[in-house]
Structure formats: C-alpha cells, structure tokens
Design a protein around this ligand. Sequence first.
Ligand code: BG6
Ligand code: MG
Length: 216
Amino acid sequence: KEKAFIFDLDGVIVDTAKYHFLAWRNLANSLGFEFTEAHNELLKGVSRVESLEILLKIGNVELTDDEKQTLLVKKNTEYLQYVNKMTADEILPGINELLNFLDQNTIKYALGSASKNAPLILEKVGLLNRFTAIVDGNDVSKAKPDPEVFLIGAQKLNTKPEDCIVVEDAIAGVEAANAANMLSIGIGDAEVLKEADYILSNTTGFTKDFIQKILN
Ligand code: BG6
Ligand code: MG
C-alpha cells in the first residue's frame, strides 16, 4: 500500500514554537499577566485567532473585536521579526535526513499546518519546493483539532486518509490526525501527546528502523 506523510510545520520541521511563545508571552505581559510554557502548550497547533481567545481567557481579559484585531497584528509583527531571521540551520535535527529518505523511496509528503506564515517559513529555511502539496492556515476554514487540514492534504497527495502518516507536536494536531483516521506520530512529551499512535521525544527519533516500522 502506498503511504504518504503529512507534516505539521511549527515544532516539527522547524522550532518556531519558541518564537510563537515569545511573541504571545510579550503580548500577555503587555496586558498585565504572566504566560507560561504550560499555557503555551494549549496554543500549539491552534490558529492565530483561536490562540488569542485562549490567551485572553487565561488573563481574564475582555476586549472588543477591534482591540483583538490590533493585538493579532502586533503578535504577528513580532513573530515575523524572528521568522525573517530564520535560516536552514533551524530545520530540526533529523528532518533533512527524513525528507531525503522519503524522496529516495518516492514516498510523497505534504505540509499540513495551521500557520498562515507557512510558505514564508518554508522559503526562509529552503524547503518551499520540497513538498508535493502545502496546506496551511490560508486554506482551511476549521482549525485543528478539526481534521480538515489533513484531509485536504490527503486529497492533494491523492492518498487515502488511512494511508497517511501525520507528524505533529501539538495535542490539537494529534487529535486532528486521529479524527482524520490517519496514523499519528507525536513529537514531544509522551504525557502530553498520549493520544498519538507513536511518540518520539524529538525529531532525531526518525531512524531508518523507525520509519520502516511505521511504513509496514
Ligand atoms: C501553528 C502553531 O502551527 O500555527 C500555532 O502551532 C500558531 O502556535 C498557528 O498559532 C498559526 O500560526 P500563524 O503563523 O498563522 O500565526
Ligand atoms: Mg506544531
């Protein structure tokens, strides 16, 4: 059976999760409350708009739609300052090797990201032309944990959902993959990602043995 991969971007291909965290934390601090790494887990994989809603709830802050819009722009402007400095050095360890392996074995792969900045980030790290398909925050109407982003990815790969393997670092992303009836590989804390079919503590876990195992 032909298998295909769908990769999340932030926290899987590149460690932009840390930049999202910095920008959200600064925003929270400017609104007068603390924002921790544990809080940040709740935002991983979640759309920008939904992330702000969660953050405001944490801080118990109520704002008008206009004020929210201003904060979304502010957050993204700071985030893009980090993104614009990115280079290929920020591709997470093991990912280049994994993509090379997939290319050599003619296994297709797509991007399935909630980020509207995904094309820019891929361009910055030199991966924009590697994916058979790119599905990002500009293409979906329902955010993870809704499976839409991955189902569109499967369609673009011309692969059945049950033959897709999703790589995710976020709870919402693992849930989306499971809801799409795809195999889910969680990257990160096994406690946090316990719903994933397989869990690797980081991207160096993509050994040839592991890849062979999940392909069979
Ligand atoms: C996801 C990140 O990939 O993209 C989230 O995990 C982020 O933290 C979301 O909020 C949206 O990203 P962007 O770049 O469109 O603000
Ligand atoms: Mg992610």
